[in-house]
Design a protein around this ligand. Structure first.
Ligand SMILES: Cc1cc2nc3c(=O)[nH]c(=O)nc-3n(C[C@H](O)[C@H](O)[C@H](O)COP(=O)(O)OP(=O)(O)OC[C@H]3O[C@@H](n4cnc5c(N)ncnc54)[C@H](O)[C@@H]3O)c2cc1C
Length: 323
């Protein structure tokens, strides 16, 4: 059996749906069932909806302390579930949370963990292809262990519901947890400034680099993103300058994006940035330099000053949608 750890926030996360799609295809290859574990507040309705992704059984972890995220307690719950249901493979999204929980599971069980997998081939040996060096290198590896722990690289597969929707049986699972499992836990949440969607899952991303010129210069990018139903991201030069928070950074040491459209404004296109945006379906570059490396990745480019081009673009969009 393949067990998938499903993250959710109102609905299953997009990356978890990708991991479920990956897990379903692996389960078919192995002739096994796909099951899921769901933890946290409102886990039950999420679990009930997982039949759409081919899950035959969903384990809902029930414990008063688990409504909010607590990495060690969540991992310990998964560890106890593993002993009870004995899967052959456990998969999770290659998200911050997926990696954190799976790393704790691996440390507690001494099982092998292969992170950021893009493919898996069951058998002896059990082979995986996984991303290294921020995705700039693909590595083939053998995973040796009674249970294989895998995280799935963001956007390695597209999330696709199952063609045949069966029935999911939902079973509660009650772990035994100690105070020490709650040493790290979410105490409070606050809305991000600008209260926007997730960069990882946005369909349009407007990215700004050093060429935007200042923190204030990003208000034009915010406006463009708002009109296009998108989200603003940035390069590391921008986070290093303190113009935007690190959570907005796209790249090797930031977030990986895979939007339909990435508008890269005043970004040179360093390898470490490209690693984060190469999943974009279309890239529009706005840059003053005809030699900027990012132009090699561009589907469309405007050679010009972003501080003039973006307001002009905003004005045209406003005209087109009669705002
Ligand atoms: C270990 C490591 C990890 C890293 N991780 C990341 C990462 O995750 N993400 C990341 O982005 N970087 C990362 N970097 C940094 C990366 O190497 C680059 O330094 C960074 O991406 C450069 O940012 P930038 O393109 O905004 O700035 P620059 O390279 O300075 O480019 C600015 C661009 O703006 C253009 N420009 C200037 N003025 C204008 C204007 N008015 N209008 C339009 N265009 C203009 C210029 O022509 C230029 O192309 C990492 C580096 C290392 C060593």
């Amino acid at each position: 059996m393949i067990l998938a750890f499903v993250e959710h926030d109102g609905g299953p996360s997009g990356l978890s749906l990708q991991a479920l799609t990956f897990g379903r295809s692996l389960a078919i290859d192995m002739g096994e069932e796909l099951e899921a574990v769901v933890i946290g507040e409102k886990a039950l309705p999420i679990a009930e909806g997982l039949a759409a992704y081919g899950v035959s059984r969903a384990h809902v972890v029930e414990h008063d302390g688990l409504d909010e995220y607590a990495p060690e307690a969540w991992a310990e719950s998964v560890v106890q579930l593993l002993s009870a249901v004995r899967p052959q493979v456990v998969i999770a999204a290659g998200s911050e949370r997926g990696h954190e929980v799976m790393a704790h599971v691996a440390a507690r069980t001494e099982l092998p963990l292969a992170a950021n997998c893009t493919a898996a081939e069951p058998g002896e040996p059990f082979r995986v292809t996984r991303q290294r060096w921020g995705g700039s290198l693909l590595e083939e590896a053998h995973v040796v262990g009674s249970v294989k722990l895998l995280t799935i690289a963001p956007h390695a597969v597209q999330a696709e519901p199952s063609a045949e929707v069966g029935h999911v049986s939902v079973t509660p699972f009650i772990p035994t947890l100690a105070d020490k499992d709650f040493r790290v836990r979410v105490m409070d949440r606050m809305e991000k400034t600008g209260g926007k969607g997730s960069l990882t899952e946005a369909r349009v991303v407007v990215g700004g680099g050093r060429g935007v010129g200042s923190a204030e210069g990003f208000s034009a990018l915010e406006e463009l993103a708002r009109l296009l139903g998108g989200v603003v991201g940035c390069s590391r030069a921008v986070t290093s300058a303190g113009w935007r928070p690190h959570s907005d950074q796209i790249g090797q040491t930031g977030v990986r994006i895979a939007p339909d459209l990435y508008i890269a404004c005043g970004i040179s296109g360093a390898t470490q940035h490209i690693v984060g945006c190469k999943g974009a379906k279309h890239i529009l570059v706005i840059n003053t330099d005809t030699e900027a490396p990012i132009l090699a990745r561009a589907d469309y480019a405007v050679i010009g000053d972003a501080r003039q081009v973006i307001p002009a673009l905003v004005a045209e969009i406003r005209k087109a949608i009669k705002l």
